[in-house]
Design a protein around this ligand. Structure first.
Ligand code: SF4
Length: 402
């Protein structure tokens, strides 16, 4: 499929909207009351710290809702206002946050059901409204919805669209897109649907494996098995790694994406020499500012003397996991939670480990005076962060089971 031409024709269709419906002022008040927090504003005003009793909270200087997420949520609210009686669907969680997704359901914005491994679009009727979430949707999904005559409200973040444009550029000049991301993540699924040839690398070790193959060759079968779920159909490492361009899932660790870019630049330089480099390597900056700011703020926060960190965000939120990883690497006891309900008592917290396992840790709140670092992922409303901080204050003050 000519994905670029399809995208262009979709954007000219009268059933397509990516700018909202002019109800911004009305939904702004609603969003303010549902998601904003006076306590968080107070902590910001106090230079990102607040002490109560034995607890000092240190908040990261950039955290929580990014503008792409705010925009997507506002557009979803506007969509409900604009189509008060229509059936509204969303192809995936609008963002990776349970409380926001819960609100969507209360507003009768339904998720497309999943049958086995695939979404069942047969439930969507002609003329239904379908919202595409902040991290986008695959071109195949857009095509199905367009052909069904649905009204499509596209909240895809412009930063994500920028990555799609990058892989389109690679495709046009017959480069393979090396995408730093998670092959199952919806954003990467969407990005790879716009790519021609692509290979998804999760981290630096995987990128090094590929770079080594480019320089030294290797076991083709092993390569194909390793990346079986993470490459385009018919991918051939002996043919398709001669010209590569870098793209990324916007929420991956910025430093790692940069390292991967540099690694492939060095690799192509070594293999083809400086005069040929531009014929074999392409790199555009597609790292999202918001992700970068939150990671930088986290790096600054972990420089302080912290007794523990609480990282708040959806369990399937990639950028939240990246923040948690920074705390983990510094050896700070850190707990990734998605809602305040995970704080069971002063003695017990349920939290997600980096390996994805949900565990309960006892005695997580030390006695005496403590400093607690707090941050949250780009899809977490301030209200959720407030609830967590209030509960930490209460637990420390009363020591009671709550
Ligand atoms: S994290 Fe960045 S790319 Fe993702 S929605 Fe927010 S602004 Fe957009």
């Amino acid at each position: 499929m000519d994905t670029k031409a399809f995208k262009r024709s979709l954007q000219h269709s009268e059933n397509y909207n990516r700018k909202g419906f002019g109800h911004q002022a009305e939904v702004a008040t609603q969003l303010q009351s549902e998601y904003q927090s006076n306590l968080i504003q107070e902590i910001r005003d106090r230079n990102y710290t607040l002490q109560r009793g034995d607890v000092t909270i240190r908040l990261a200087q950039a955290f929580g809702f990014c503008w792409g997420v705010e925009r997507a949520v506002a557009m979803a609210y506007e969509t409900r206002q604009h189509f008060p009686t229509e059936h509204i669907w969303i192809t995936n969680e609008i963002i990776h946050n349970p409380s926001v997704n819960q609100r969507m359901q209360e507003m009768e914005v339904e998720f497309i059901p999943i049958e086995g491994k695939n979404k069942d679009f047969s439930v969507v009727g002609i003329g239904d409204v379908v919202i595409l979430p902040a991290f986008g949707a695959s071109v195949q999904e857009m095509q199905i919805l367009h052909e069904k005559g649905c009204k499509i409200v596209d909240t895809t973040c412009p930063w994500v669209s920028k990555v799609w444009n990058t892989v389109e550029k690679h495709k046009k000049i017959d480069y393979t897109s090396i995408i730093h991301g998670k092959y199952k993540h919806e954003e990467t699924v969407a990005t790879s649907s716009f790519a021609g040839k692509y290979l998804i690398v999760l981290n630096l070790p995987e990128a090094e494996y590929v770079a080594d193959y480019i320089i030294n060759g290797g076991n083709r079968e092993e390569f194909l098995t390793k990346f079986a779920k993470a490459c385009s159909a018919g991918f051939d490492p002996d043919r398709d790694l001669e010209r590569v361009g870098i793209a990324n899932q916007t929420t991956m660790l910025k430093g790692e994406t940069e390292q991967i870019g540099k690694l492939f630049e060095r690799t192509m330089l070594q293999k083809y020499g400086p005069t040929e480099l531009n014929q074999h390597f392409q790199s555009f900056n597609t790292i999202c500012d918001a992700t970068q700011e939150r990671q930088d703020a986290m790096l600054e926060l972990v420089e302080h003397n912290l007794d523990l960190m609480v990282v708040i965000g959806g369990f399937n939120s990639s950028n939240t996991t990246q923040l948690q990883q920074i705390a983990f690497e510094r050896g700070i006891p850190s707990y990734h939670i998605d809602t305040v309900e995970r704080l069971k008592s002063v003695d017990s917290i349920e939290h997600r480990q980096l390996n994805g396992q949900l565990i309960t840790t006892e005695n997580w709140l030390p006695d005496g005076e403590i400093v607690v670092g707090i941050t949250s992922g780009a899809s977490t409303p301030d209200k959720v962060v407030e609830d967590v901080i209030e509960k930490i204050f209460t637990l420390k003050a009363t020591g009671a089971l709550v």
